[in-house]
Structures are given as structure tokens and as C-alpha cells.
Design a protein around this ligand. Structure first.
Ligand SMILES: [Zn+2]
Length: 253
């Protein structure tokens, strides 16, 4: 295959490297430029990525090379990707992870579909196959993971709700739901391991659920640009738990 690293420039200084076949690379660049960037939620996540001046590489693997690649974000350096103070004891002979908060180079793997593959998606329970697996939302989800690793914010905790998998998935799903809502989607993703839709996109109901207020406060603290872009009545995002949490009411219709 032809390997081309291309450079996406934002304001002449920011870079994401995208590697793959020319058609796939072009689709990916278009989605970032014309979909993610043109939203308050997506732009905040991208601006935070650019601000740290660390490398993000997106690798789009052709099906002919490997038909089994699903969207995944990987660390360059695990302790650096994790928050200072985070500790995870190593299991099965692996080393302990002690976060430094320094931030790490990050890598996103995608297949040609830029989403969960068509053949795999319907056959396994562990992947949600719905609106929220459209390439633009799958890409946004991975960009949130990459953002948090590049900025040394990751804290991977297991959760009582097993279907959510872990706290980093919970955060990636929540922020992507906000982007989906901003783009007009009402069927939001409920969790990680099922294809269930959230019962409601009412942020008041979301905030009332145990633990969610603390979760939203943590996200706002970890993502100041996201808070800046969404904690305002000037932007209409129906599912906006950040505004709900800090202003005590939903954004005006
Ligand atoms: Zn994820």
C-alpha cells in the first residue's frame, strides 16, 4: 500500500498525522475539518489536543492488509498518559501504572470504514451498532481518548455498571453524546457494551442520577475549553450536562 503521512494544519501550527490510503485519509481529514471542527464540543476537544503540542497519529489500516482492525486508541507512554496521582496495580505479571500527568504521544487505529467494521458490528454484543457508530461519532470518541492521553488526564477506573466498562469509556461516551446532541441526534449512546439508547436526552434527568454530577464536574475540570464552549446559553446543545451542572437549568431552546 501507499503510505502517506499528511499534515493537517490548523492556524498554521497544529498537526495531526494521518496515515493510510489516499481515499481513506481524505475522508478522515474531511470529517475532522468539516464535522468535528465545526461544532463547539468537537472544536474544544481539538483545540485542547493542539494546545499540548504533542503528536497524534491516526493510522487507517486497509481491509486488504488487516480485516480485523476496529477503532482503538493507544498510548505511547502509559504512565505519562495517566493523571498524576493515578495508580493501578499491575495484573498478571504486568507493571504497576503510576500516572505522571505529563501527557503522551497517542495513536488512533481505524479501518477503512473509519468506524466499527460492517461485518463485525452486528455480530457481537460488545459493540454498539447504531447512529453512534457513524464514522464521525466513532472518530470523535477516539479523539476524546487521545485528548486525555496527550494531556495526561486518563484515570481508568472500573465502574459498578459493567456495561459502561470503565471510567474513560464513560467520559468518551458522555462528551461524544454532547457532540451528537449538538448535531441534532436525540438517540444517544447509553453505555459501552450494549447498543442501548439512553432513556432520555434531558440533561436534568442525567444529572440527577447518582455519581453523574461528580462525573460532569471532573470532565469540566479536565477539559477547560469544553467547559468554556458549553457552559453558556449562547450555544444550544439539548444534552448539555455541563451547563445543567453549573447553571442549574438546561440551555434555552
Ligand atoms: Zn472507547
Amino acid at each position: 500500500m501507499t503510505t502517506t503521512f499528511i499534515k493537517v494544519d490548523y492556524m498554521n501550527k497544529h498537526r495531526i498525522f494521518i496515515n493510510g490510503e489516499p481515499d481513506s485519509v481524505e475522508r478522515c481529514v474531511s470529517l475532522i475539518n468539516m464535522w468535528v471542527w465545526w461544532s463547539y464540543v468537537g472544536r474544544a476537544i481539538l483545540e485542547e489536543i493542539f494546545d499540548v503540542h504533542k503528536i497524534l497519529k491516526i493510522n487507517i489500516v486497509p481491509y486488504t492488509e488487516n480485516p480485523n482492525v476496529e477503532p482503538k486508541t493507544n498510548w505511547g507512554n502509559i504512565p505519562d498518559a495517566h493523571a498524576k496521582g493515578y495508580f493501578h496495580p499491575g495484573q498478571a505479571g504486568q507493571k504497576d501504572v503510576e500516572g505522571t500527568g505529563r501527557g503522551s504521544e497517542m495513536y488512533i487505529d481505524l479501518n477503512e470504514n473509519l468506524s466499527v467494521s460492517e461485518n463485525k458490528c452486528p455480530t457481537i454484543r460488545t459493540v454498539a451498532c447504531y447512529t453512534y457508530m457513524r464514522p464521525e461519532f466513532a472518530l470523535m470518541h477516539e479523539l476524546v481518548h487521545a485528548n486525555r492521553g496527550m494531556r495526561g488526564k486518563m484515570q481508568t477506573h472500573s465502574l459498578p455498571n459493567q456495561d459502561m466498562w470503565n471510567s474513560e469509556e464513560e467520559i468518551a461516551i458522555l462528551i461524544t453524546n454532547m457532540l451528537m446532541s449538538e448535531k441534532g441526534v436525540t438517540a444517544l449512546r447509553k453505555d459501552y457494551r450494549t447498543n442501548n439508547v439512553m432513556d432520555s436526552d434531558d440533561p436534568a434527568k442525567f444529572i440527577e442520577q447518582e455519581g453523574n454530577k461528580d462525573l460532569v464536574k471532573q470532565i469540566a475540570a479536565d477539559h477547560p475549553k469544553l467547559k468554556r464552549n458549553t457552559n453558556t446559553n449562547a450555544v444550544h446543545i439539548p444534552f448539555n450536562p455541563i451547563f445543567m451542572c453549573f447553571q442549574g437549568k438546561p440551555t434555552a431552546a
